[in-house]
Design a protein around this ligand. Structure first.
Ligand code: PMP
Length: 406
């Protein structure tokens, strides 16, 4: 780890030099997708320039080179998440794919009357697949409620758990509010009833380094594109015994041991869940992104981002009529807000004219918006390459937008 120097780091991100609508880009939509450093862009270019080939099947040199690099990326990811075995890391197209893979697999493991617990803070991608699973199996979906600070009410979770609970699904960090959920406690309590736990780490992995063995989590999922990697690739971590229990999600090439028209036997992990040609370049670039972030250091990243969060919160709250949703003490660098009497979409549109990129809307988390009885929020989410000066630009922009819209 080198000392944290934001100006030096910003030079790694060519996109931060561009203008939007004639103004320098201020990129505060990091919770949707992070930006890509030159090191990862170079890795992608290197793949297509020098060793683009299909993996795991060719005897020729390029294929072997691509296979080696892809498997090295898997090892990097294994080490990063502290998985016990490399084959407990399954490459997927992203968090959504990973969740659907698990939800589909559980179709054959659940029965009518079994119970699944999700949280009120979930992204739609962590609600809809479970509703579909319940429809297929007759299992019942229960919800851990939230409080006004945007935190889960754990005493209510205690009441939902029982011997029928088979699965618990919760995100590590809420994308809409930034709340960091007490997943250690949630996992421990679920295990007391023999239930498996899937943690959606899509929003956590850009900020912290999860240790899946220390957490004792059964499944952990993430997307590369939120952590300086490319889109269209992510991972499912699963404990070996769970991955062995789950049936394959998709049939196709690469995932079989032997095929006849009478019967097919499946390949070992991880190939059982990796049918077809994967996003080879994406997987390798995901490895490069993890190297990049680890070189900065996750302690450095989260300390710096926390300072941005505190500064942004203080500055934005100075604006009259501005309300922040998600006021937990345990939160990451996300500020979701509204200004009294103004639609979030209108603020977002005016900020865009000033070169400031924020997210507006329900953030794929409609139940949270329903809880607060609002149509949506403006969400500014900060990464380690953002600066206080950019936050000042946001605050000025919001003030200007407020004046124009009131
Ligand atoms: N879960 C959470 C908490 C998210 O923030 C997101 C992305 N907004 C997803 C899941 C879905 O990730 P992806 O679109 O990469 O599949």
């Amino acid at each position: 780890e080198t000392p944290f120097n934001v100006e030096a780091l910003r030079k790694d991100f060519p996109i931060l030099n561009r203008k939007v609508n004639g103004k320098p880009l201020v990129y505060f939509d990091n919770a949707a997708t992070s930006q890509t450093p030159q090191q990862v862009i170079n890795c992608i270019a290197d793949y297509y320039t020098n060793y683009n080939a299909n993996i795991h099947r060719g005897v020729h040199s390029l294929s072997q080179e691509a296979t080696d690099k892809y498997e090295v990326a898997r090892l990097k990811i294994q080490k990063h998440f502290n998985a016990n075995k490399p084959y407990e890391i399954i490459f997927t197209s992203g968090t959504t794919h990973s969740i659907n893979l698990v939800a589909n697999g559980f179709s054959s493991l659940l029965n009518t009357g079994d119970e699944i617990i999700v949280s009120a803070l979930e992204h739609h991608s962590n609600i809809v697949p479970w509703q579909m699973l319940c429809e297929r199996t007759g299992a019942v979906l229960k919800v851990i409620p939230m409080n006004a600070d945007g935190e889960l009410v754990i005493s209510e979770y205690d009441k939902l758990l029982n011997n029928n609970t088979k699965l618990v699904f919760v995100n590590h960090i809420s994308n809409a509010l930034g709340t960091i959920n007490p997943i250690e406690e949630i996992i421990k309590k679920a295990h007391q009833f023999g239930a498996a736990v899937l943690v959606d780490g899509a929003q956590a992995c850009p900020h912290i380094k999860p240790n899946v063995q220390a957490l004792d989590v059964d499944f952990y999922v993430a997307s590369a594109h939120k952590m300086c990697g490319p889109t269209g690739v992510g991972i499912l971590y699963g404990k070996e015994e769970w991955l062995n229990k789950l049936p394959p999600y998709q049939g196709g090439g690469e995932m079989i041991a032997e095929v006849t028209f009478e019967k097919t036997t499946y390949a070992n992990l991880p190939h059982k869940f990796e049918a077809g040609t994967p996003n080879i370049c994406g997987g390798i670039a995901f490895g490069a992104a993890i190297d990049y972030m680890n070189a900065i250091g996750f302690d450095n990243i989260s300390n710096y981002e926390h300072k941005l969060l505190e500064y942004g919160t203080k500055k934005l709250l100075e604006i009259e009529g501005l309300k922040i949703y998600g006021t937990s003490k345990h939160k990451t660098s996300v500020i979701s807000f509204n200004i009294e009497g103004i639609h979030p979409y209108d603020i977002g549109t005016l900020l865009d004219k000033m070169g400031i990129a924020v997210r507006t809307g329900h953030h794929c988390a409609q139940p949270i918006m329903d809880y607060y009885k609002i149509p949506g929020t403006v969400r500014a989410s900060f990464a380690f390459y953002n600066t206080k000066a950019e936050i000042d630009a946001l605050v000025e922009g919001v003030k200007k937008a407020k004046m124009m819209l009131s």
